[in-house]
Each structure stands twice: as structure tokens, then as C-alpha cells.
Design a binder for this molecule. Structure first.
Ligand code: PMP
Length: 472
């Protein structure tokens, strides 16, 4: 039988979770089934996903920030179709191909327009974690120094180098030992940073300017001071813009918010246009050349698929759409609208502790409410499981209001959203109104939402008991 992908999808759609349970990450499927996330999405367009009955779901997750231009964008689709139709030689490897040259040129032009003409040399790769790996290697090669400093609560990816600088113990458990010489410091603590840098052996200080885990960022000039310390002690300043880059925070690059001049930036996610994995390291020529320092080192850092034509076409399409549709400005405007509406909600609900918004990267942090009944519900759920509470927001948002959002971090009462940058007030209103209704339901204790939390905890525990960790 010849392969017909369209027939295959039509005939087998709906078997998704059984297939994953059998052949892929069974533990993830269990969690998805327990929390009501086992929806079969059949189609996607722009800011919406559609299930098999054609019901719409507002996608305020964007594939963890991949779909800044919205899903299945016609310009990205056309670029990929066109590149396939051209039958270009792809990944000859021992040549210098046009498409990767064009994507690099476009990125460098954009950076120059955003006030960073010094970032003029590009290394293309396939993912965020891979861009971080490369950035760390570049920094070590350029400085000849062995250590890397990063921030607590940071996320830089899960391959060994990136994981070693990820300041989040939950991702470390079970995987040590890690790359030596990696140290974390607290966001905002300049003295702690200086104590590290002073030793004179730190190759790079790597930061997410807006932390993905919880959307945390300093309100003061911490980053400017940190950059100055890096300069003082000869440490390179790396901005991991994998999530914040390409418009997410309402500027092309998050470093623009603070007028920073990073030595290296990393990009991925939206650079793929949502189709083909793509990542990039962009740095100064002088730093770049320290890695590729002799002719016999010309491919000392490389990756087979890094400069592939499909990724480059998708990347060019993504950059074009961001520009042509004014999505960076839209992210900034909609971010302001979202913040205003969420702050309005905070005034009415004391369970909202803080609202953090940077463009269309936003988090709502919760804390123990004052009302007697909801306080009891809060205490009960937290005594059962320290990380369950935000799920009580995220699940009804999905199952009752058909809005996809996420729990932001382990053991933190934070809900996070990453809407595509194409959203308007209509989508933001739908989200904020639904959040309002879900929070109102939390006021009922005993009530269905708190009961759901207890049921989740019970279901998770019994799943763990049935299948102990060692057997998984
Ligand atoms: N760095 C940051 C700041 C990220 O947000 C992510 C992904 N969430 C990564 C690195 C890793 O990217 P990837 O999942 O593509 O490897």
C-alpha cells in the first residue's frame, strides 16, 4: 500500500493517546488523562485549535512559545512548499548554501535595526538547548575560562550543558553528575554575582531576561549592572532569548527593554515558524572566530541539520510575518491591555498575589486567600500536594472554557500564558473573563473545583502506587 498521509490521519485520528501510551511517554499520557488534557486536536489555525467535533480552543500556550505568528500561517506554509518545489540541493554540507546565508543575513540586519550591530555572526542549529550548548562552548573557547554562572530558577534546556546551567533542581534529579564549574546566583543579587566573577575564571554569565518559569524579571537596573560587572571582570554576557526573542515580550529582543549589549544571544522556538526545528547563536565576529580559530577547526562545532533549507525558509517566513503584520507592536499593545485587565481582576480577587506581564509573556501568581472557606480549600490542597493548586485553574480553563494555558513552575502557585502575537482584545477578554469565573468558583468550599484537586491528587498517587517509579 502506498503511503497516503491524508488517509492515514483521517482513518486513525483519535487513537492518539492509545498510541502514546503504548509506544511513547506513558507517564505523560497518565498525567494528561488525569487532569483532563487528553483532548484530540484535529486542526489548528492562527490562535485556535479545533477538536474532532470542530470545537475551538484558544491556544494561549503557542506550543511553549513557538507559534508567535499563529498556527499554520499561510506565508510559512508557502515558504516551505516553495522550497520543496525548488528541489534545491539540501545539506550538501561541504558547500556554503544560499538559504542559510540568507537567514543569517536577515537576522543580522534585524539585530542592527534593533541597536545591536555588533551581533553580526550567526551559527545555525536545531533547538533552544542546542543553541545554549553552543553559546557555552563559544564562551569557553573565546575566554579560555572554565566556569559558567547562571541564575537560580532559570531554564536553559535539558541537554547536559544547558541542564548544568539550568537553575532548577526539579530538572536535575536523577541525572547527575553535571558539567563542572557551573554556579547559580540569585536574580537581583549583584554582590553574589560579583563574588563569582571576581575569581576571574568565569567564561560567561547566562540569563533569561524574563524567566520562563514564572515570568520573573527585575524592575530595577539589575541587568545593566550585571552586564557592567561582566565587562569589568572579562566575563561574556549571554542573553538566552530562546523564549523572549522575536517579539514575545513586545520588543524584537528582550535585551532592548534594558538597553543591553549582550556578547552572545541564543534564539529558537519562533525562528522555526512552527514547522521545522531551528535555533541560532548570534555573537560578535571576534568571539565566533575564537571557536573556528584555525583551518583544521573549521567544523569543530557543527550539527548535521543545522543549516537545512526547510528550517531557513521557515525562519525567513517567520521573520517576514513578524515584520509585515506588525506583530511586535501588537504584542506590546495587547500586553498592556492584558496587564490592565489582569490588574483589574487582582483588585477583585485577593487570591491573586501578583500579575507579571512583559508583552505577551504573562503570569498570574496566587497566594492564600483571606476568605474562610477558600482559605480552607487552599490549605487542604496544599497539604496534599505542593504543586497542585495552579492545576485547579488551568484544568477548568481548558475543559470548561476551552483555553489552553500552563502551570508555570514546580511547587509554585503560578499560571502562565504565552498567546500567539496575533491575538486581539477578543481573545484576551475571553481569557480574562474565564479566569475571573474560575477564580469565583474557588470561593465555593466545599465545591467542585477543590474536589477536583483532591481527586487529581488521589488519581496521581494511585497511578504511582500501581506502577512504581522503578518499573516505568
Ligand atoms: N532556553 C530557554 C529560555 C527556553 O525557554 C527553552 C525552552 N523552553 C530552551 C532554552 C530550550 O529550548 P528547546 O526546548 O528548543 O531545546
Amino acid at each position: 500500500m502506498p503511503l497516503d498521509i491524508k488517509d492515514l490521519v483521517t482513518s486513525r485520528l483519535g487513537e492518539n493517546y492509545e498510541l502514546h501510551d503504548r509506544h511513547l511517554n506513558r507517564t505523560l499520557v497518565k498525567v494528561q488523562r488525569t487532569i483532563g488534557f487528553d483532548i484530540v486536536y484535529a486542526r489548528a489555525e492562527g490562535a485556535y485549535l479545533y477538536d474532532m467535533d470542530g470545537k475551538d480552543y484558544l491556544d494561549f500556550l503557542s506550543g511553549f512559545g513557538v507559534y508567535n505568528i499563529g498556527r499554520n500561517h499561510p506565508v510559512a506554509k508557502k515558504a516551505i512548499r516553495d522550497i520543496l518545489d525548488l528541489d534545491l540541493p539540501n545539506m550538501v554540507q561541504l558547500d556554503s548554501a544560499l538559504m542559510s546565508g540568507l537567514l543569517a543575513e536577515r537576522l543580522v540586519q534585524r539585530l542592527a535595526q534593533q541597536g545591536a550591530p555588533h551581533l553580526d555572526s550567526v551559527f545555525l542549529c536545531n533547538s533552544g538547548t542546542e543553541s545554549v550548548e553552543g553559546a557555552l562552548k563559544f564562551a569557553k573557547a573565546a575566554t579560555g575560562r572554565p566556569r559558567i554562572v547562571s541564575l537560580k530558577n532559570s531554564y536553559h534546556g535539558l541537554s547536559y550543558g544547558a541542564l548544568s546551567v539550568t537553575g532548577n533542581a526539579a530538572f536535575h534529579e536523577g541525572f547527575g553528575p553535571f558539567v563542572p564549574g557551573c554556579e547559580t546566583v540569585a536574580l537581583g543579587d549583584l554582590a553574589e554575582l560579583e563574588a563569582q566573577l571576581k575569581r576571574g575564571d568565569v567564561a560567561a554569565f547566562i540569563v533569561e531576561l524574563v524567566q520562563g518559569k514564572g515570568v520573573k524579571f527585575p524592575k530595577d537596573d539589575y541587568f545593566i549592572q550585571a552586564q557592567a560587572l561582566c565587562r569589568k571582570y572579562g566575563t561574556l554576557f549571554i542573553c538566552d532569548e530562546v523564549q523572549t526573542g522575536l517579539g514575545r515580550t513586545g520588543k524584537w529582543f528582550a535585551f532592548e527593554h534594558w538597553g543591553l549589549e549582550p556578547d552572545i544571544i541564543t534564539l529558537a522556538k519562533t525562528l522555526s515558524g512552527g514547522y521545522v526545528p531551528a535555533g541560532a547563536i548570534v555573537t560578535r565576529r571576534a568571539i565566533y572566530q575564537k571557536t573556528f580559530s584555525r583551518l583544521d577547526r573549521c567544523i569543530v562545532h557543527s550539527t548535521t541539520f543545522g543549516r537545512n533549507n526547510l528550517a531557513c525558509a521557515a525562519g525567513l517566513a517567520a521573520l517576514t510575518v513578524l515584520e509585515d503584520e506588525g506583530l511586535i507592536d501588537n504584542a506590546a499593545r495587547m500586553g498592556t491591555y492584558l496587564e490592565t485587565r489582569l490588574l483589574g481582576l487582582q483588585k477583585r480577587h485577593d487570591i491573586i498575589k501578583e500579575v507579571r506581564v512583559k508583552g505577551l509573556m504573562a503570569a498570574v501568581e496566587f497566594s492564600e486567600p483571606r476568605g474562610l472557606m477558600p482559605k480552607m480549600g487552599w490549605k487542604l490542597v496544599h497539604s496534599l500536594d505542593a504543586s497542585m493548586f495552579p492545576q485547579l485553574i488551568v484544568t477548568p480553563l481548558l475543559t470548561k472554557y476551552r483555553i489552553l494555558t500552563q502551570v508555570a513552575a514546580n511547587n509554585a502557585d503560578i499560571v502562565k500564558i504565552l498567546p500567539p502575537l496575533i491575538v486581539g482584545e477578543k481573545e484576551i477578554d475571553r481569557f480574562v473573563d474565564a479566569l475571573d469565573a474560575v477564580i469565583q468558583d474557588l470561593g465555593k468550599f466545599p465545591g467542585p473545583v477543590w474536589e477536583m484537586g483532591q481527586n487529581f491528587v488521589k488519581a496521581m498517587r494511585s497511578a504511582d502506587e500501581r506502577e512504581p517509579a522503578a518499573a516505568r
